[in-house]
Each structure stands twice: as C-alpha cells, then as structure tokens.
Write a protein that binds this ligand. Sequence first.
Ligand code: HAM
Length: 402
Amino acid sequence: MKKLKTENYKGVRDFYPKDVFVQKYIFQTWTKTVESFGFEEYNASLLENSEIYKAKTSEEIINNQTYSFVDRGDREVTLRPEMTPTLARMIAAKKRELSFPLRYYSIPNCFRYERPQRGRLREFWQLNVDILNVKNDKFYDIEVLKLINQLLLNFKATPSDFTIKINSRTLLNSVYENYYEFNENEALAFQRLSDKKDKITDAEFKKEYEKITDKDYKDIVDISDKKVKVQLEYINEIIKAVGIPNIEFDQNIVRGFDYYTGIVFEVFDTNPENNRALFGGGRYSNLIDLFETVKDDVNISGIGFGIGDVPMMNFLESRNLLPEFVSSTDVLVGILSDDEKVIEYADGVANELRANGKNVSINYDWKKVGDYIKMAEKNCIQSVVVIGEKETEERRYEVKRL
Ligand code: HAM
C-alpha cells in the first residue's frame, strides 16, 4: 500500500505546542487590549449561507477567494472569508433585544483561497473589533484608531514601527463624482480597480480604466478640489484628535470591500521587508440594513477593523517582540526504577504538586537523573523532581529549578 504524505493542505498550518504558544500570546494580548476598552466577545459558526457575501462584499473575494460548496440539502454554503457580514447578520437578527451601542470583538478563523505568500495564508485567525450604532460617529472613529495604537504598543512596538494611513470613502466618492465625473457603476468599478493599483502596472491600470468608462483617462486625483474640503477637514480633525505622530492621510487607501462608507484605514509596518498592510478597517453604514429584519429607513452604522494572526506574527517576529517559549508544564517528575513502592510514592508526589496548582508531567521510562534534566530542558519545563529508592525511603524530594 502507498504510504500517505505528511504535508498538510496548501496554505493552512499545523500548530505544534511552540506554535500554539505564540498564537496564544497574540490572542491574549489582543483580548486584554480590547477588553480594556470595554469590548465583549461574540462568536459564530464558520459555515455561512453563501448569499450573505453576495450583496455587498469584495468582488475579488467572492469570485476568486471563497471556499463554497453545495451541501446535501442543496444549500449553498461558504466558509467565512471574513467576519463582518456574520456580525451584521447577528446584529440584524437581534436588533430589538440588543442594547446599543455595542462594542463587540471576536477572534474567528477565516478561509480565503489566496495564493499563499508572506503574511497571507488560506486559513488565518482574525481579530475583529467593531462598535455599532452610536450617535456621534466621529468620537468612535477616533476611539477605534486610538485603540489600534494602544494595541500595538501593548505588544511593545514603538510608534516608529508602524503608520496608520487614513482616507474616506465619502471623500473618494466625491472625487469620483466631481473630478472623474463617473456615474455610480463607473465609480464602484473604479474604486475596486484603485484598490488593486499597487498590484498591477500603470499600463494595466490604464487598460482596465478604459474598460470601465469612455471618459478620458485621468491619472492623478486632485484632492485639493474644493468639493472635498469638508471630508478632508473631517480626516484632519480625526488625525489631530488621535494625537499620535504616526497617523497620516493617504489618498491611496481604498480598501477592498464595497460596504465601507465613511473613513477607511490601513496600518502599515514601517519595515521595508514587511511592506504590506498589517490590518485594516473602516466605517460601514448600509451593511446591516441588507437584512429583512431592518427597515429601509433604519440606519445601523458600524466602525471596525480586522487583524490577521499571520501578518501580526511577521511584524512581531521581525522586531524580536515574540516571547520565548515556556512549557505549560511546571514540573517533570522522573521515576528512576520500576520498584512498586517508588512508583507509588512518585504518583503521590505528582498528585500533591497538582493539588498545589502545579502542572505536572510524570515519566515511567525509568531513565537516569541526567536524562530527566535533558528531557525537561528540551521541552522547556522549568523544574524537575526525581524519585528513586532514597527519596521513597526518606519520604522527601527536591525540586530542581533549571
Ligand atoms: P481585510 O482587509 O480583508 O478586512 O482583512 C483584515 C486583515 O485580516 C488584513 O489586513 C490581514 O491582517 C488579515 N488577513 C486578511 N486576509 C488574510 C490572509 N489570507 N491571511 C492572513 N491574514 C489575512 C476585513 O476582513 C474586514 N472584514 C475588517 C473589518 C472589520 N472591517 C470592519 N470591521
């Protein structure tokens, strides 16, 4: 019989204890930070009805990047590529019972059929942080950006390690309308194209532009146009209020999703080797009213962002900000002989240590003292207790700290 390969599925990871340790550190720091800002955790299944992605999402994700299938009952199912549509569905479903505003967070695993590359895999975990349905949007736009800054500082990053770039969809729409003179469809197509601008050549960009519209090609967006003054002022006000040096307006930040309506932002690693958006988000105003429970005139707006564990890990790794692995096991109890009394005493010692709150691993392979020390060192276990005939007779043992 042909033996099986040990490789896993393309673009997903196996997590050995050392990998889990790193991921847990990231999750815990995420959790601690967002909970300190009063966010509460929600969760959902990774299976969603495909239709929730079709209305207002990203053309690229829906056409090329979803894992979708038809189940045995002929339902179209998708493994969530992101959490925001699920959140919108959950909010719409319990609109009457929930007490707004809400501060919600979640750390779901998401699936995208992407070409695996640095910072991008096919399965990743994504912190999602969203504030829903507030009265004074501006203050919460500011709050979310402050939270992002604090989040990175809590990983011991310094302000020179990252830049927050911010733009606005209202500003972009105004530019599309007034400067390019696009109609609604042209504007949407151009917005999607602009999001890809740094991934394609100028010639390709121009070619795609000509497919979108008959209007003359215009290269540079003139943001000093008087008609976008109000939106520029809004962005500048926000930048000022966040009050950090590493936040700036960037007219090239578009974001891939159709649902954004207000500010959009992306956080960049300043390390040139890791020069991709670390994470991103924005304000969305019409996503929740796609659902039947919400009347057309009710507007539930949200502001939030998502961060992947993969780009986060690259960021921390490249700056030596990941903690060294420590085993969750506190003590290794090694037995020196197969004598029944020795085994019984060693079992008792392990139980006593556990009763005192220690995590204890016991070894029944009758190795030597030196082997047990090596074993503990190799597994990053901090203490060793060795039980032989002497310890059993004297009913005493020594905890060796390594
Ligand atoms: P997104 O820009 O598609 O936005 O993803 C946000 C972040 O998730 C990315 O910047 C990156 O850190 C991570 N990410 C995305 N795709 C991958 C991948 N293939 N591998 C590893 N990490 C990845 C959203 O998903 C929005 N739903 C975020 C949001 C929440 N907007 C408002 N609320």
